[in-house]
Structure formats: C-alpha cells, structure tokens
Design a protein around this ligand. Sequence first.
Ligand code: CA
Length: 229
Amino acid sequence: MSKILIVEDEESIADLEKDYLELSGFEVEVANDGQTGLDKALAENFDLFILDLMLPGVDGFEICKRIREEKNTPIIMVSAKKDDIDKIRGLGLGADDYMTKPFSPSELVARVKAHLARYERLIGSNIEENKVIEIRGLKIDTTARRVWINGEEKSFTTKEFDLLTFLAGHPNHVYTKDELFKEIWDMESIGDIATVTVHIKKIREKIEYDTSNPQYIETIWGVGYRFKM
Ligand code: CA
C-alpha cells in the first residue's frame, strides 16, 4: 500500500484530504506544522508528499527543497494563492505538481494516482530483475547462476550450468551433440562431443528424480537431446 504524508496546518483541509485518500486505499499520515512534516519526511519512507506552502515553522518551499536534496519521491504542492504557485514553479524546487486551494478531493486523488504510477514506472525501469526460468519444480536463476530443484539448491559447474540453461532456454528444440558442443565449448578446443554426454549425465543426476526416466532432458535416440517443456 502506498504511504502518503500530508503537511498541512489547516486541520479541516488535512482531514478532508486524508479521508479521500484513505477511501482510495492509501495509507496517510498528517503533520500539522512544518518542522514535524520535514522531520517525518526525511526520517520515514513515504511514496508521495502533499505539501501546503504556508506553514508555521518551516514553510513548504523549504520542506520541498530539503526533501529534494535526499529523495526523488513525488511532491504535490498546494497553496491558497495562485501567485504563490507561480512563484514556486519559477523557483524550480523540484515539485512534481501544484494545486490551488480550494480543489476537489477527487482531483487530488486523481493526481496522486497519476504521480505514483509515473514514479513506479520510473523506479521499475531502473531495476533489472534477475532472469529466471521455471519449469515443473526446476528453477534456474540465469543472472545469479543458481539452480533449485523442488526448492532445494543444487551446485553446478560452469559448463553444466551453461548447458542446462541453454537447453532449458530453448525447450522442445532437439539439439545434436555436435550443436551443443559448438554452443557451449566451441571456443575452447578441450574435449569432444563425448563431453556433452558426460555433462548431460551429471546434470540429470542433479535434477532428475529417476535418471533412467528423465523428465527434463530427454534423449532423442540417434539425434541428440531435447528439454521437455
Ligand atoms: Ca497553510
């Protein structure tokens, strides 16, 4: 659930904003003065800030500036004066949006949702998730180079891992031993296609329940191997 901090000294306005946001499924905290708001904003993790401009103690300008020195969290600034909004825009403090009071609570909720969605896309695009292959109890994290079978981690040599990942990455495709050797060992002149057979045997010992009746890597007699999807 997204957590929002409202910094607003007019309690009736703060309550109204809080009610509407909570009804829309957000978790909301309110600070009624600037210093409390600033301390909370810097000390805790919020997903969005709604800052009133004119506040006792530290004002909204200052809070916005201080938050931006440390966080990229979306900030919506609100003010009773249109002139002030123009002023903060001009200052380029890094707020994401501005609203002039009075505004309709549903308009505020709509803008909050839009900014959260935009921010999540931004964050999401910066995080590279590990690429994971999961097939019937077999899980391969190709980024971390780790393998689990029914939740139990198994250790693999580099080539065993490369071979398994290659086959699992191309399910139902039949490869000859020659093709697999070229794919995994080609640049190294050590070994021959018998190496493939040896490695397949070792992989099966680690991932198959019954190696005489393999469920993952099938032998296609006279041709090669296939990873069963
Ligand atoms: Ca105020």
